[in-house]
Design a protein around this ligand. Structure first.
Ligand code: HEC
Length: 306
């Protein structure tokens, strides 16, 4: 009897604690919870929306790449099956001998690499010097800064993180990035923000450090005043309505840009997601059929045994 009571008590504590943990985490982090968004890639049957991937690439290329690298992604990945610029057949005018489904020969990918805004550092050449050249499909994306020191120098001492895995490296990555990009607000009047810093209620931080002295007492906000949620970061709001011209008729708004770039960043972080999900679904179907066969043979074998 003691044992059962003990188990029940332990279970109650464990279950109770798991409900309380998120509350504690919120109290410590203090950032607003990101909006839950419906994504094309959600769920066991989710896939990437190819048009959104192409627009998202455009947003990354025109805006984010000025500060954020994408160093784990190669141009050729863009032309792989499931990628934004995959082609299953060649556009008109390409010689028949070329297989455009091969990302290295994909003409769109070749052009994107060759005309990319940053060049690749290669070498050393015969005289021992490093040199720069236009990118090839086989190259990784060249980043905006030669090293972290230069990156910090250009960004008020903050390091813009590489974007290759960011959608997976943050809790609720896609929802968080979307909320961060669309969620910048004027800071409340109770806080003071240093130049080069921007208030965002979704960025994890502790705004008590930014409270004006008249609202603080003994290191805590005075009665009736609360530190606002979120934190400050060194990234100015990177998006604004109309800054990117889309080739299709999608809305040219901050929200749409943010949505598309998140789709692209999710693909960059998990380009093989569709294959993984397809395998999962096939395994479930296989197991259901197998269970059916086993049940049927069980009935058959034991039919005459009483
Ligand atoms: C002018 C430079 C600049 C541009 C353009 C820019 N960022 Fe940033 N970004 C930064 C810097 C700097 C940080 C680090 C901020 C900090 O830690 O204070 C950052 C941080 C981030 C973070 C990380 C937040 C975290 O949780 O650590 C994300 C996500 C992000 N940027 C996404 C983007 C996206 C997507 C774009 C394009 C739409 C973009 N950024 C454009 C400079 C930039």
């Amino acid at each position: 009897m003691m044992n059962v009571k003990y188990i029940i008590r332990t279970l109650t504590i464990v279950v109770g604690a798991s409900f309380l943990a998120p509350i504690a985490a919120e109290a410590a982090g203090g950032a607003k919870h990101p909006h839950k968004h419906e994504w094309h890639f959600d769920g066991p049957f989710g896939t990437y929306d190819k048009n959104a991937l192409q627009r998202g690439y455009q947003v990354y290329e025109q805006v984010c790449s000025n500060c954020h690298g994408l160093k784990l992604v190669s141009f050729r990945n863009l032309g792989q099956k499931g990628g934004p610029f995959y082609l299953d057949s060649c556009p008109a005018g390409v010689p028949e001998s070329i297989d455009c489904s091969n990302p290295n020969d994909n003409p769109v990918v070749k052009a994107l690499a060759a005309n990319y805004k940053f060049q690749v550092t290669d070498g050393p050449d015969d005289t021992g010097e490093m040199f720069t050249r236009a990118a090839l499909p086989s190259d990784r994306f060249p980043g905006p800064y030669a090293n972290d020191q230069l990156a910090r120098l250009a960004n008020n001492n903050a390091l813009p993180p590489d974007m290759s895995l960011i959608a997976k490296a943050r809790a609720s990555g896609p929802d968080y990035i979307y909320s961060l990009l669309t969620g910048y607000e004027e800071p409340p009047s109770t806080v003071e923000i240093a130049p080069g810093q921007y208030y965002n209620p979704y960025f994890p931080g502790d705004m008590t450090q930014n409270m004006k002295p008249e609202y603080m007492h003994d290191g805590h906000p005075v009665d009736g005043v609360k530190a606002p949620p979120g934190g400050v970061l060194a990234m100015a709001p990177p998006l604004a309505d109309g800054i990117i011209e889309y080739g299709d008729d999608s809305p040219q708004t901050t929200e749409q840009y943010a949505k598309d770039v998140v789709e692209f960043l999710m693909w960059a972080a998990e380009p093989k997601m569709e294959a993984r999900k397809a395998l999962g679904v096939m395994s479930i179907i296989y197991l259901i059929i197998l269970a059916g066969i086993l049940y049927w043979s069980y009935r058959k074998i034991w039919a005459d045994q009483h």
